[in-house]
Design a protein around this ligand. Sequence first.
Ligand code: NAD
Length: 320
Amino acid sequence: MWIVPESAIAGLVDEQSAFDAVEATFAAMSRGDAYNFPVVREGLGEGRQYGFKSGLDRVGNLLGVKSGGYFPGNAARGIPNHQSTVFLFDPDSGRPTAMVGGNLLTALRTAAASSISVARLARADAKVLGMVGAGHQSAFQMRAAVRQRDFEKVIGWNLHPDMLSRLAETAQDLGLPFEAVELDQLGAEADVIITITSSDKPILQDAHIRPGTHLACMGTDTIGKQEVAAEILGRATVFTDEVAQSVTLGEAQHAVAAGLLAQEAITEIGAVINGGHPGRSSADEITVFDGTGVGLQDLAVASKAVELAIARGLAQEVAV
Ligand code: NAD
């Protein structure tokens, strides 16, 4: 069994390898070669959350689980509040094959998912990237997105303006101008909008969104969270990583509950990757990607990390 600690991940998995691994996983899910097991999430008290995301990819030879959660006392300990570890198993024998630090991988696989949606669904001439949210994930989201189109500018909004410096610094690092804007301007100017917040009520309203926009809604991964008005999904073409999660705990939960969106109208992004769905059909279409975050994404990037760590002598082998 191989161990790849959190400290080794940064030099191993980059944006492109995360993109490739997650895209292959979405394609496998849509072909029916891979599926996610039901998510387990439990409150431990004092704001702590703990759970499991797991799945099987028969063709990609992935079986495993990401275990982890949210531990709000960690900031005072000087360690991240979000903690996760991926365990991989041999799908034939069930024997453990690897234990992999999952914190950075979670950010990379989440950013890979939205960047896949930008690559597949945004207008080819998209120039302005709009960011809603400026927390830990936002920098990863921006870095992955700008690889997919010739963006000339990043604009951003956040409930807590003091956090906007993260977006400004990331854009500067990427050689792009950044402007903090109000939501009206964000909707009017952005060709692609990524939402990545912990909001529990709509931030973007229907009137904010103009024809041709692509939205990647990435923050809503739990029942009750919401980032955009349900009406937006009602008039958009909606894509997701997994339909079952989208309608229960993703952004689409609200539009489906309100009767504005039928479950059958939601398309897995894997169908676009596999060529079974054309994706965007016109320059005026509004597309939404409801990125809920599935366990197979975690297994895919963890497996890539193990492969690279072994090749570079960075994995530790232990007997089981
Ligand atoms: P963070 O705590 O670092 O940042 C939180 C962000 O949400 C900040 O921009 C903050 O200003 C904003 N925010 C907080 N409360 C808000 C409110 N009531 N209304 C509007 N905005 C609010 O978190 P993070 O690590 O950047 O994660 C952001 C979100 O993404 C979380 O909801 C997290 O659960 C989710 N997430 C989703 C996936 C996925 O696969 N879809 C993966 C990782 C994280």
